[in-house]
Design a protein around this ligand. Structure first.
Ligand code: FAD
Length: 331
């Protein structure tokens, strides 16, 4: 492998039913920062069926070039079809760095791509940086149950591949005057390798809340307790926010697993994060430490959550919450 042939930063722009996933736009923002260090450009790869119109949006978020593979076989996610499409694009355009969102789809696709491309993959990253001297990508991810952060490099193979957790990187501000070169690629698929036949799609009609998109999150921990849940829900409603929780509350069945924040839950970055009765274990903090404003309420003034909080209230949640709810009701 001649690694000098590989240039630029490429991002997999995930879309579902013709709607771009936020993580792809976040990765274009991060790719722009990395590409500036390398003095290179950012390419987004868009794969699906009837998705060409999305190129404009990718450009407005900072993609310099958009490569589209638009084919009926890509109308639903299929590991083999997507792997063949993206592998062909990467082999042709030879990016130095390739980024994928660590979504359900990305976690399925990225390992197969790295296998097919014979390169390494650092999965589930929370931080990326460039060593300008060596042009190496430094990919940082939590390890050993979140107790250590490992920084991993891929010195001898290209592209340097990382999957990145949604909600961690910042999008560039949307600018509709930005333009991108748009290239359409026709892929000859080897359908003999397709192992899955799409039969039907059944949509879960229950109201799904994505806490990664919420501006205000009121998160509870074990200190809230079962008796404090109505107060927690009331506080979230008073702030027009969403409920979230630690793994402890999820395990006790008090909060749905889709609302868990942390290493094995979601990474969130709301404008306001209220951490009520949460100790601040590293596995939780890793999922909320980038919140704009964190207010912690805890009876223990030594609780680690106060180290990441902007405002700390050393008090009993059951006493503080009714006062807060009453005051908010008066506004
Ligand atoms: P505790 O640690 O028990 O803290 C309760 C806090 O409430 C204490 O600080 C206490 O002082 C305070 N308190 C008690 N009463 C009151 C009161 N009346 N008013 C105010 N404060 C009060 N955890 C996650 O959250 N998310 C994850 O994704 C996650 N992933 C994990 C992955 C692995 C591999 C492992 C090993 C663990 C993971 N954990 C995760 C668990 C994590 O280590 C902690 O156990 C968990 O976050 C603790 O939850 P907690 O803060 O609700 O409970």
């Amino acid at each position: 492998m001649n690694i000098a042939e590989y240039k630029g930063v490429m991002v997999f722009a995930e879309q579902r039913d013709g709607v771009l996933e936020s993580v792809g736009l976040e990765l274009i923002g991060e790719a722009s920062r990395l590409a500036a260090h390398l003095k290179e450009s950012v390419t987004a790869v868009l794969v699906g069926s009837n998705i060409k119109s999305l190129a404009t949006e990718l450009a407005s978020y900072g993609a310099d070039r958009v490569i589209i593979v638009d084919d009926a076989v890509l109308s639903h996610y299929d590991t083999e079809a997507y792997t063949q499409a993206v592998t062909a694009v990467v082999n042709k355009y030879k990016p130095e760095i390739f980024l994928v969102g660590a979504t359900t789809l990305g976690r399925d696709l990225a390992p197969r791509l790295s296998g097919r491309l014979r390169t390494g993959l650092t999965a589930d990253c929370t931080e990326l940086s460039i060593d300008e001297a060596t042009r190496e990508l430094w990919s940082t991810r939590p390890t050993f149950g979140g107790n250590l952060l490992a920084t991993i490099v891929c010195p001898d193979h290209r592209p340097q591949m990382s999957s990145v957790r949604p909600g961690v990187m910042a999008k560039l501000a949307k600018d509709t005057s930005r333009k991108a070169d748009v290239i359409e690629e026709q892929i000859t698929f080897d359908k003999s390798k397709f192992k899955v036949r799409f039969i039907d799609k059944v949509v879960d009609k229950s109201k799904k809340i994505d806490i990664t998109e919420a501006k205000v999150l009121v998160a509870g921990g074990r200190g809230v307790g079962k008796e404090g849940m109505p107060l927690l829900i009331n506080l979230a409603q008073s702030l027009h926010g969403e409920l979230a929780g630690t793994r402890a509350l999820v395990e006790e069945g008090m909060v749905e697993s889709s609302r868990q924040v942390g290493q094995t839950g979601k990474t969130v970055k709301p404008d306001l994060y209220i951490a009520a009765g949460i100790s601040g274990a590293i596995q939780h903090v890793i999922g909320m430490e980038n919140s704009e404003l964190t207010i912690a309420i805890n009876t223990d003034k030594e609780a680690p959550i106060f180290q990441v909080a902007d405002l700390g209230v050393v008090a009993n949640f059951h006493e503080v919450a009714p006062v807060l709810i009453k005051k908010l009701g008066e506004i």
